[in-house]
Design a protein around this ligand. Structure first.
Ligand code: AMP
Ligand code: MN
Ligand code: MN
Ligand code: MN
Length: 284
């Protein structure tokens, strides 16, 4: 049981160093335990390599852990993130998508490097180093390297000036469709949940259209409590109700050095929203 009545004791969005987090899965579970989390999903970007270690440590610490992933997908040329929960990790279509997207990520990072090189930023060498060190390569890895070599002063600056939309290093999304992400998770007997719905550059109308299509494709839920963005919870709860989606809660934890979203420090899901974890086939 959570010792804090202001939280659900649930955190369904955390990263380990198998994607762009900095801790090992067991360390993520330990930190979640310290944050009074009792139900957890590790959701690395496009990989489930951290799953076994998470389940093992969760069993040792008495935390219920379910299968999780954060899939990259495309909608209208933009990258959208879809959380997958409680799926069969051996499902063939899921395995194939993960391997395909890991390849696409390498292609994308090289293309980003090529564009930055044109701006006289020596990114090709950084990307080669990242590729040899990580199974899943992400813009976060490149951003960290760019800060370390002095091309920018902070992660926020790298994304604002060099990697985000409208910057020299921006590459349009090359990931498979949003609809196919939902189908792939459903085929693996899992649930699809739209991650951080307010983090995309979309008008309010386009966002509603996306949620409509996501729900029609078989999506089960959307994140309503995202990290420490408390001001948006009510609006997101209303969107979830409007599109018949359950609600999820997650910190999007990556790094203990960043103090604003530690595991488990999350507001409660509003009572008006059906908790997505009620759909989980939890181990007994
Ligand atoms: P990718 O999945 O390779 O496109 O990388 C996206 C990741 O970059 C996200 O999951 C975040 O962890 C990170 N990210 C995106 N925007 C920012 C930002 N402004 N500051 C720091 N990290 C960011
Ligand atoms: Mn990330
Ligand atoms: Mn995300
Ligand atoms: Mn995430």
């Amino acid at each position: 049981m959570s010792t804090d009545a202001t939280t659900d004791g649930v955190d369904l969005h955390l990263h380990s160093r198998h994607s762009d987090g900095v801790l090992a899965p067991a360390e993520v579970v330990d930190l979640a335990a310290a944050g009074h989390v009792t139900l957890l999903a590790l959701t690395d970007h496009d990989t489930i390599a951290g799953l076994d270690e998470t389940l093992r440590r969760g069993a040792e610490r008495g935390i219920r852990c379910i299968t999780g992933v954060e899939l990259s997908a495309s909608w209208r040329g933009q990258t959208i993130h879809v959380l997958g929960f409680d799926f069969d990790p051996g499902a063939q279509p899921l395995q194939e998508r993960l391997s395909q997207v890991q390849d696409l990520r390498r292609v994308r990072l090289r293309e980003i490097a090529r564009r930055l090189e044109r701006k006289r930023i020596a990114a090709a060498e950084l990307v080669a180093r990242i590729e040899s060190a990580y199974g899943v390569v992400t813009r976060t890895h490149l951003a960290r390297e760019l800060v370390a070599c002095g091309a920018a002063r902070s992660m926020a600056e790298v994304f604002k000036r060099l990697l985000g939309r409208g910057t020299p290093g921006h590459v349009p999304s090359n990931f498979p469709s949003l609809e196919s992400a939902v189908q792939c998770l459903r085929a693996a007997k899992g649930l699809a949940v739209l991650a951080h719905p307010l983090r995309y550059t979309l008008s309010a109308g386009a966002r509603r259209q996306m949620l409509q299509e996501f729900s029609a494709a078989g999506g089960t839920g959307m994140e309503v409590v995202c990290g420490n963005a408390r001001a948006h919870i009510e609006g997101l709860a209303q969107l979830a109700q409007r599109f018949g989606l359950a609600g999820s809660v997650g910190s999007d934890f990556h790094d203990p050095q960043l103090p604003w979203n530690p595991p488990g420090r999350l507001a409660k899901l509003p009572a008006s929203v059906h908790p997505v974890w009620r759909h989980f086939r939890l181990p007994t």
